[in-house]
Design a protein around this ligand. Structure first.
Ligand SMILES: Nc1ncnc2c1ncn2[C@@H]1O[C@H](COP(=O)(O)OP(=O)(O)OP(=O)(O)O)[C@@H](O)[C@H]1O
Length: 947
């Protein structure tokens, strides 16, 4: 490992695009215990890089085990931690101040000195970082600290008193992220000490609960540094660097058989070893050079640390050893792991964050530079041909850059005008603006799983009766392997459910499905978790913030906000159900609606293509750069509640015919309106791409005709027609595309979002009502195509019933959905498939939860009445699930939609605005059983030494 001169990190001095994990071995002295039992030290560091087994090996052993092992560095038993830090971790760890991710691991058996080493390494790193900041006052630094523990394959926040396990989410750009992990802004050294003591206190709670201190958990301290104020490599300015350093103290690497006993402990050991085992497998496979599948996703540890293991991070692994003969087997295992690790290559990059303003400036500079190059061509290239080629290439670049600039400028102007319009609207006393991302207002959510033991499982509850008479219903799709009991006879109240006069029983209420996870793709381990009854998916915390629309006397669930900073893009925040994201999002997080690239604040953004080209060509230094959108532009992706999936579950046409439909204006009586650019030629319409034509009005009478079948299949391909998931999602993506173009009719541009709806439509209420109904139908179709959660649909549907101000919200919702679609279409194929299956799974789960809620909340009579009204055979099986399966399925039947919304609203306890007191505005709940853990905190000694 290269030296650090004068405490400064030398960028790239001993570092290339691809470098190997830096692996060192630290041997501790024999412990008193080992000495007392006359154990012998069998290992010797014969120089700075080689450790040797001293005891003579028998012939069979010689063929199996090497006697000498060479690493980047080996540290004798008398080495101080300071030296281990200086020579084994410092350069890697301090890369973080230069915008490069870093990780330092300690690996080794229990009592080999991992904690002893990591506490020192962390201290030294932090001191050096604060020293570096002190010396670079010209730059601004922003430090964030977090800490987590992985125990029994569940992740816990060590800075929070909440012991609920944290979920892991997949971010398309950042990989796995830990949901709701507390991030403290780290101010100084004293603050760091405070935070360590908080972590230690949390750790002790875990230990006390387990009544035993052990080393069976993995602990990760994480420090993220953002810095600005300096130009890097001259090409990107102004820039912000953002990088994270992880300090990882792994659980003891000894085998479960050695450290743990039977029963529950064995289970614990298995979990811990699952992480360690996967770590070993990942390292082994990576050491052979990224061939084949690398099972990062097989454990929480490897998922969280994926980028540190062969990804965008510099990594140092310190393997700790006991020299004792009695531990020779474990020591050899550790050395074997270390040998594999040193073959693993990583590919760290400087993480540059750019703000929109910076991007515009940069592009302007580029244009100026290229234009001046054109004016003063400099040395003439060898041939006329190459001159011409160069000139035309430059012309092209200039044209593209100008386009980009114009685009960004128009987005900014649009945003400003929208801001102005909204500000005017706010002043006029129109719907209140909310400067915060808000999920559903008036949403009451309680711990459905609090009564889990008494909650019957629908899948096996309804033993009585015949086979289901509903052919389209497939109960197997909901099977989670659980069984339950019939609760039909448990309750005996007589509420009228569908008309809303139902009075809630004091039974638990339904948890809102996890919106945020849904667009991140299906993961087999999460499916597994779901099925084991201990799922993290059941760990919900729902925050609901009430938004009072004073002038209209009702609640608004769409929150609008404006970016007031001059020059920044305007933003709009739409009601969202991603409670996890909300937790981790800054209060003023906003969605950038004016950019085509709809992005997560935290997600790296693809720069415009031209910029990419320019950057690629221009950045010829020793490093690659990753471009991110800056936090300063407050861009935030806040619409994860829309599960983009296009796998249409079987449509249910059993719902009684609608009377609602007739209210629609200009629509042929009883006909369904389909997007204008679909054609339904029965001969040629084999797939969606064949279906392009003008408006289609389908009479119910024609529903069984070939044309209608063809059209339906274009919209909602049946299971049989789906073919591969990929084909399905591609056509579905096109579907949404076309839906969007339909929605973007000449009279309904998204540019209108934010304009005063009353002003627009004053004096023309009739027109507005008609338009509202069209918008509402468009939204409903979008929801269906995107498998948006039923709860979201319900809230939205019930809250926006056509008042003039609803135009804003309807258009915002359409805009949001179209942006979600854009994001979906931007995903690589593999991730599209994940998103599709994940969203479908979430929707199924939601239906399943609704069916359970149906059993919890209603008496047998109520249920039977409801089943009858939905034409569900009372003697069939899984009736609750059948009902849940029908909700929100017939999107062209507004009566069906209204009834579905009523049922869902009652099931999830959606209260009318006046039913709430203000202290219920924010409502949170936890569902997951308490988890115990234990490991002597690796910063315990640090805290002790510091306090
Ligand atoms: N290099 C060293 N020099 C002196 N003592 C050491 C050294 N390394 C470890 N020790 C001592 O050995 C004991 C075990 O160390 P430590 O707790 O760090 O092990 P560990 O690998 O973290 O164990 P666990 O996996 O159980 O957490 C401690 O008492 C520690 O002070």
């Amino acid at each position: 490992m290269g030296a650090i001169e004068g405490g400064e990190v030398i960028n790239g001095s001993s570092w290339h695009d691809e470098e190997k994990i830096f692996v060192s071995v630290r041997m501790r002295p024999l412990s008193q215990k080992e000495i007392d039992r006359n154990d012998i030290s069998d290992w010797e560091c014969i120089n700075d890089t080689t450790i040797m087994y001293r005891n003579s090996l028998c012939v069979s052993e010689r063929s199996m085990y090497p006697t000498a092992y060479t690493f980047d560095r080996v540290f004798r038993s008398n080495c101080l931690t300071r030296q281990v830090y200086e020579e084994g971790a410092k350069e890697v760890a301090l890369s973080v101040v230069s915008g490069i991710n870093a990780s330092v691991f300690a690996y080794g058996q229990t009592s080999s000195g991992k904690t002893y080493t990591m506490s020192g390494i962390t201290e030294h790193t932090l001191k050096d970082i604060f020293g570096y900041i002190e010396r670079h006052k010209e730059r601004e630094f922003f430090l964030k600290f977090s800490a987590m523990e992985i125990y029994n394959e569940s992740v816990r926040d060590l800075l929070s008193e909440d012991i609920t396990p944290l979920r892991l989410l997949d971010d398309p750009e950042r990989g796995t992220i830990v949901e709701k992990l507390t991030e403290e802004s780290l101010k100084d050294w004293n603050h760091f000490k405070e935070l360590l003591s908080i972590c230690e206190a949390q750790r002790q709670i875990g230990e006390t609960a387990l009544n035993e201190a052990s080393s069976r958990s993995h602990q990760i301290l994480r420090l993220t540094i953002e810095s600005s104020g300096r130009e890097f490599s001259g090409n990107i300015s102004p820039s912000i660097l953002s990088a994270t350093v992880n300090f990882v103290d792994l659980a003891g690497s000894e085998r479960a058989s050695q450290s743990l006993s039977a029963g529950a402990r064995l289970k614990e050991g298995c979990h811990i070893n699952r992480s360690l085992l996967t770590l070993g497998t990942v390292i082994r496979k990576l050491s052979k050079g990224r061939i084949g599948h690398i099972p990062f996703r097989d454990s929480k540890l490897t998922r969280i640390l994926q980028s540190s293991l062969g990804g965008n991070a510099r990594t140092s692994i310190i393997c700790t050893l006991s020299p004792a003969r009695s531990h020779v087997e474990q020591s050899r295992n550790t050395l074997l792991f270390a040998s594999c690790a040193k073959e693993v290559a990583t590919n760290a990059q400087v993480n540059v964050v750019m703000s929109d303003k910076a991007l515009v400036k940069h592009l302007q500079k580029e244009v100026a530079r290229l234009e001046s190059e054109l004016r003063n061509p400099g040395p003439v290239p060898a041939s006329d041909h190459s001159v011409a080629a160069l000139l035309s290439e430059k012309d092209l670049q200039i044209a593209k850059l100008k386009e980009e600039i114009a685009d960004l400028a128009s987005q900014r102007d649009l945003a400003k005008s929208e801001a102005e319009a909204l500000r005017r609207q706010a002043i006029d006393g129109r719907p209140s603006m909310v400067w915060e991302v808000t999920p559903y207002p008036k949403l009451r959510v309680r711990g459905f799983w609090e009564n889990e033991t008494s909650t019957p499982d629908i899948l096996t509850t309804e033993h009585e009766g015949n086979e289901t008479s509903i052919k389209t219903f497939d109960a197997a799709q909901y099977s989670d392997g659980h069984s339950g009991i019939d609760s039909e006879s448990r309750l005996d109240h007589g509420n009228n459910f569908e008309d809303g006069s139902f009075h809630s029983h004091p039974s638990p209420q339904i948890p809102i499905p996890d919106w945020s996870a849904s667009h991140h793709g299906a993961r087999h381990d999460e499916i597994e978790e779901y099925s084991d009854g201990n799922s993290e998916d059941f760990c919900k915390e729902v925050r609901c913030i009430e938004v009072e629309d004073q002038s209209m006397g009702r609640q608004a669930i769409v929150a609008l906000s404006l970016e007031e900073k001059a020059g920044d893009l305007a933003s709009i925040v739409v009601a969202k159900g991603d409670e996890g994201k909300q937790e981790s999002m800054p209060q003023d997080a906003k969605i950038d609606i004016s950019s085509d690239a709809f992005v997560d604040e935290s997600s790296p953004v693809q720069p415009p293509s031209v910029l990419q080209d320019v950057v690629k060509r221009e950045l010829t230094g020793p490093r690659n750069f990753r471009l991110f959108r800056s936090r300063s532009c407050k861009a935030s992706f806040a619409s994860n509640d829309s599960f983009i999936t296009f796998d249409a579950p079987g449509k249910n046409h059993d719902t009684p015919p609608s009377g609602y439909e007739r209210d629609y204006y200009e629509q042929p009586d009883g006909c369904h309106r389909f997007p204008s650019n679909l054609k339904h030629d029965s001969q040629s319409c084999q797939n969606y791409s064949d279906c392009i034509a003008e408006d289609v009005w389908i009479s119910p009478k024609a529903e069984s005709t070939t044309d209608q079948r063809c059209l339906s299949s274009c919209y909602f391909p049946s299971e049989a027609e789906n073919g591969t998931i990929l084909r399905e999602q591609m056509s579905a993506a096109k579907l949404v595309d076309d839906m969007e173009s339909n929605i973007r009719g000449p009279e309904r541009h998204f540019r209108d979002v934010g304009l005063d709806p009353i002003g627009d439509d004053s004096g023309n209420t009739k027109d507005w009502i008609a338009e509202f109904k069209i918008l509402q139908k468009d939204v409903i179709r979008f929801w269906d195509a995107c498998n948006v959660s039923l709860a979201h649909r319900t809230y939205f549907f019930l809250l926006f019933k056509g008042s003039p101000t609803d135009k804003l919200y309807m258009e915002a919702e359409l805009r949001r959905l179209s942006l979600v679609k854009q994001r979906f279409l931007a995903l690589p194929n593999g991730q599209m498939a994940e998103v599709v299956s994940s969203s479908l799974r979430d929707l199924r789960r939601e239906r399943q939860m609704l069916s359970k809620q149906l059993q919890n909340k209603l008496t047998r009579q109520e249920r039977e009445k409801l089943f009858q009204s939905w034409h569900i055979n009372l003697t069939s099986k899984n009736r609750s699930l059948q009902l849940a399966d029908r909700l929100w399925t017939d999107i062209e039947d507004m009566d069906h939609i209204a009834r579905s919304a009523q049922v869902v609203a009652n099931l999830i306890g959606f209260l009318q605005p006046d039913q709430h007191s203000s202290d219920e505005m924010i409502y949170g709940c936890e569902f997951t059983p308490r988890r115990l853990s234990g490991k002597t905190s690796w910063w315990k000694s640090t805290v002790r030494s510091l306090l």
